[in-house]
Design a protein around this ligand. Structure first.
Ligand code: HH2
Length: 263
């Protein structure tokens, strides 16, 4: 899954793809580099990010989705916490709802997901983007993330979302310390054991800088992002959400070829 942030302030690439044309070009480039799907977001969820109105978010993402839809049949995911944005995006041609709030953005979110009938990604986050990194705390991070994801999958199914339409995501970097992130990455098998496809977002995230203090610029975190992505592939995750598609596809291809040569 290639990331297209139509935002002025994303932690990883804020402002680079803020115009419709730049975002569309970036999406098409990521597809040509080997992405199987695109994730379009209009609101940054970086730690400390300010919330955005639904209208402003739609003004950013809808023209991009519309233009991409005219250029490619690939799956397009809308990265939003707002049901009204998801609805408008699906009407415009998006085919997946990626919700970092796991359908907790409003009372009706789960029901609207069911009505839209598109696959949904339910991600774990402790707290809110504005404050989530202040003091993340867990007694047992893996057990708590698993319990949360299973509860949210249950809530989605209760509202009518088909079981086969649900994917889960541990939410690396969302209300988690370095130790929490590493523990989750080391135990992805327990999230997979919940019985749903798993999506993993490690690309350019701050935990890489925590291990390599020289990587304060997110674009300097490619090595760490690839290492974590390959760990995810090894554990069997289904989708990896990345900014650097070409490099990730190459890394996965080499890793898989070596695996195949083991016979
Ligand atoms: N990470 C980000 C945004 N959306 N969605 C899922 N399912 N999983 C993730 O790990 C995830 C996500 C943050 O990355 P980015 O989009 O580059 O930054 P920003 O939120 O600042 O736009």
């Amino acid at each position: 899954m290639g990331v297209v942030n139509v935002t002025p302030d994303s932690f990883s690439d804020g402002g680079r793809f803020f115009s419709v044309q730049a975002a569309v070009d970036q999406g098409l480039r990521l597809l040509s580099e080997g992405a199987d799907m695109l994730d379009i977001g209009g609101e940054s969820t970086r730690p400390g990010a300010a919330p955005l109105s639904a209208q402003a978010e739609m003004d950013r993402v809808l023209p991009v989705i519309e233009a991409l839809r005219q250029s490619t049949p690939c799956p397009i995911s809308i990265d939003t916490q707002k049901a009204e944005v998801a609805r408008a995006a699906v009407q415009m041609g998006a085919t997946i709802w990626n919700d970092v709030s796991a359908l907790r953005g409003s009372k009706e979110a789960a029901q609207i997901a069911a009505e839209l009938g598109v696959p949904v990604v339910l991600m774990h986050m402790q707290g809110e983007p504005g404050t989530m990194q202040h003091a993340p705390h867990y007694e047992d991070v893996v057990a708590e993330v698993c319990a949360f994801l299973s509860e949210r999958a249950g809530a989605a199914m209760d509202a009518g979302v088909a079981r086969g339409a649900i994917s889960l995501d541990p939410g690396i970097g969302f209300g988690k310390s370095l130790a929490h992130n590493l523990t989750l990455l080391a135990h992805l098998d327990q999230i997979m054991a919940l019985g749903f496809p798993v999506l993993l977002g490690v690309s350019r995230k701050r935990f890489v800088q925590a291990l390599d203090p020289s990587a304060s610029d997110p674009t300097d975190r490619l090595g760490g992002s690839l290492a974590a992505a390959l760990m995810g592939v090894k554990m069997g995750v289904d989708v990896i959400r990345v900014h650097d598609v070409r490099e990730t596809v190459q890394a996965v291809r080499v890793w898989q070829a070596i695996q195949a040569a083991r016979g």
